[in-house]
Design a protein around this ligand. Structure first.
Ligand code: ZN
Length: 403
């Protein structure tokens, strides 16, 4: 079972001694669940299924960023309490995942419930001199504890994984949650670890840090360390998380553990899903939500097949055609499986396993099943009794497609 490590650009088997840990960065719950979220969740679900099928001991953790600037902004824009928005969208996401047959993580945690672990990690970095404070005169309270930032110069490996030039890193940092223009930082790229409470913003007890809330990257780090250990087999997420989020997260893990091999053995990134020629964008409002499709009566298994028809690592467009094709394929497979007997199941199982082992080549797995269905519908000369049942159960287990 090999996957594309986006750091080295090579195919790598992340499993060591029959075991693997997987962490996938989850959603910020304010627009759950658009097709891009679903595609990422399904890609790593396939990985977990392939590993389990091969007898690998898998431990999988994920998170919900249930307090973050975009969530607070959406709540303010719509006049909804941010806690209610987060709870409602998280529940919707979980419902969508159940409908899409995505197996739940072994550990699924929110940022808010991870705050004590974040606080102790940030305190540890301050004590070690790998983090520093910037005064915050606008913070609530009259202490001057300041916001806390990681000092990236403490990590000689910083930037090696993403392999970007400095200008690109600065641009991406500004676009993706960083604040390179914040005065007082030692390096414009240094990421926020702890933000002191400001008027009107939610805040939690931060012990010696003062009341405030966590930075984005350190949240995932706290969950990874607490549930999987700091040497991950696979760190996964959408390709827009490679920098700065995954670069910063791995850097924090190395600095916190003083282990140059901490972080992720392999980073796997999924492509972006666009819609009808446009990049899917919250501001344009052209997000296709899984729940909307379900409400319209689209079979969740057709949505899953639409995702699986695309290789996970490439960008693709979610068009109506893609969905219609998937519905047609689903109906055809069901017809093929409703007959008495069929072509032998074993060659198909072998083809599906081989396809998944080759960097999760789901389109090849689907093509193999198309061939089996073609044969079944054309009429097999020597139908094998029970073959449709074996095929249906195998596709359920390996591809998560319930027929
Ligand atoms: Zn993350």
């Amino acid at each position: 079972m090999r996957v594309l490590d986006t750091v080295t650009g090579t195919l790598v088997d992340p499993v060591v001694d029959g075991a693997a840990t997987l962490y996938v960065c989850g959603i910020t719950p304010y627009d759950a669940t658009h097709l891009g979220h679903a595609a990422t969740a399904i890609a790593f679900d396939l990985l977990g299924r392939a590993w389990r099928d091969a007898g690998v001991a898998v431990r999988y953790a994920s998170n919900v960023t249930d307090v973050d600037d975009p969530l607070l902004e959406r709540a303010a824009d719509t006049g909804v309490d941010w806690r209610a928005l987060a709870a409602e969208q998280t529940a919707l996401y979980r419902e969508d995942m159940t409908a899409l047959q995505v197996l739940p993580p072994d550990a699924y945690l929110g940022a808010v419930e991870s705050i004590p672990a974040v606080v102790s990690a940030v305190e540890q970095m301050l004590a070690a001199g790998t983090a520093y404070r910037i005064p915050t005169p606008d913070a609530v309270g009259d202490d001057d504890l300041g916001d806390v930032y990681a000092d990236l110069h403490a990590d000689p490996q910083f930037g090696a994984a993403a392999g970007l030039d400095r200008d690109t890193m600065l641009t991406l940092s500004a676009e993706r949650g960083g604040d390179p223009r914040r005065p007082g930082k030692r390096d414009p790229l240094d990421p926020l670890l702890w933000r002191r409470e400001r008027a009107g913003e939610p805040a939690w007890d931060g012990d010696s840090l003062g009341r405030g809330r966590p930075g984005w990257h350190i949240e995932c780090v706290a969950i990874v360390r607490g549930n999987l250990g700091a040497r991950l087999s696979v760190l996964g997420g959408g390709s827009d998380l490679a920098f700065p989020h995954h670069e910063m997260s791995c850097s924090h893990m190395r600095v916190l553990t003083e282990d140059p091999h901490a972080g992720a053995r392999v980073q796997v990134h999924t492509g972006m899903v666009g819609l009808d020629g446009e990049k899917m964008s919250k501001s344009r409002g052209n997000l296709v939500l899984v729940s909307t499709l379900r409400e319209q009566g689209v079979d969740p298994m057709a949505i899953r097949l639409a995702v699986l028809a695309h290789r996970y690592r490439y960008d693709w467009l979610g068009t109506d055609d893609v969905l219609r094709t998937a519905e047609h394929r689903l109906a055809r497979w069901r017809r093929a499986l409703s007959g008495v007997g069929g072509a032998p199941a074993e060659p198909l199982l072998e083809a599906v396993r081989t396809a998944l082992a080759d960097d999760l080549d789901a389109p090849a797995a689907l093509a193999a099943m198309d061939d089996w269905a073609d044969a079944a519908l054309a009429g097999v000369a020597d139908p094998v009794p029970g073959a449709p049942g074996v095929v249906a159960r195998a596709l359920d287990a390996l591809l998560g497609v319930r027929l």
